[in-house]
Design a protein. Structure first.
Length: 49
């Protein structure tokens, strides 16, 4: 986990905050979409029981 934070800080220093914000947005969309998919799958399974 600390390596991830360290790499993000290095990216901010080298690329600027815009690139890091874009990466954060991309990961946020990815994890958000995965969570919504997982939640709908759980609801579907709960409905079949």
């Amino acid at each position: 986990m600390s390596e991830l934070i360290e790499s993000i800080l290095i990216d901010v220093a080298e690329e600027g905050i815009g690139t890091t914000a874009g990466m954060g947005l991309m990961w946020g969309l990815f994890f958000g979409g995965t969570f919504v998919l997982f939640q709908s799958l759980l609801e579907l399974l709960a409905g079949t029981i």
